[in-house]
Write a protein that binds this ligand. Structure first.
Ligand code: 5GP
Length: 233
């Protein structure tokens, strides 16, 4: 599921990971709007159906599953993953020209993809975990979307909890994760801007962010909605 690392240029991969409802997409668009010539969004391919507000080639390249699988066989992807039964992936073609032009490429992908991008582009990847201020706010934001069925809400909360656990485990093992708490959007965008002023991959998770993520994880484990049948509970 991982590509090679031989891409030229001096660009940088800025990988935003975090639960649905954390505001990654909004932050990504704000970052690009602030510097449209030197930043670009990594437009992933996906086999999932397009949602009403989405645009092909802007939010994703929407392709039939068979086309996605043919792209895998043709080794077109730097990374790809199965998320919630659909396939998602980053093609070399989507990002290579931006990196060669020295741009900052903003990714909105899952945690598995983030690890693969960091391996494919060592020394020029920033891993940024974007999180709501608390587990309760995460639940509220997802419920406020209104479009979520109970099953879907539970699944998203389960994924959120798993990603929290993974990011804490990785940070503990020395993977250079930064964390941005999206309580106030302007502040969250400013926090990402600040870390982009340092060389790629040099940020570490501040102790306060670590504590916050740990307490979110504890609340997530205690929340029956996250997974009523999880044997690990
Ligand atoms: P959604 O279907 O809600 O747009 O995205 C579902 C999940 O897939 C999100 O966590 C999103 O970040 C992730 N995702 C989107 N594109 C990619 C990709 O190219 N690669 C990987 N690994 N995950 C992706």
């Amino acid at each position: 599921m991982i590509g090679d690392s031989h891409h030229g240029g001096s660009g940088r991969c800025v990988v935003l990971v975090g639960p649905a409802g954390a505001g990654k997409t909004t932050i990504a668009h704000r970052l690009i709007a602030a510097q449209p010539l030197m930043r670009a969004f990594s437009v992933s391919h996906t086999s999932r159906p397009m949602r009403a507000a989405e645009r092909d080639g802007v939010d994703y390249w929407f392709v039939p599953r068979a086309t996605f699988e043919a792209l895998i066989d043709a080794d077109a992807f730097v990374e790809w993953a199965r998320v919630h039964d659909n396939l998602y992936g980053t093609t070399r073609a989507a990002i290579a020209h931006h990196l060669e032009a020295g741009r900052q490429v903003i990714f909105d992908i899952d945690i598995e993809g983030a690890g693969n991008i960091a391996r494919a582009f060592p020394d020029r990847t920033d891993l940024v975990f974007v999180t709501p201020p608390s587990w309760q706010v995460l639940v509220q934001r997802l419920q406020a979307r209104g479009s979520e069925s109970d099953d879907r809400l539970r699944r998203r909360l389960r994924t959120a909890r798993a990603e929290l656990e993974a990011v804490l485990r990785q940070a503990d093992a020395g993977v250079p994760w930064a964390a941005v708490v999206n309580d106030d959007l302007n502040q969250a965008v400013a926090d990402v801007e600040t870390l982009l002023r340092s060389p790629p991959g040099t940020q570490r998770m501040p102790a306060a962010a670590l504590t916050r993520l740990q307490s979110m994880r504890a609340d997530g484990v205690a929340d029956v909605r996250a997974d009523p049948e999880d044997p690990a509970r």
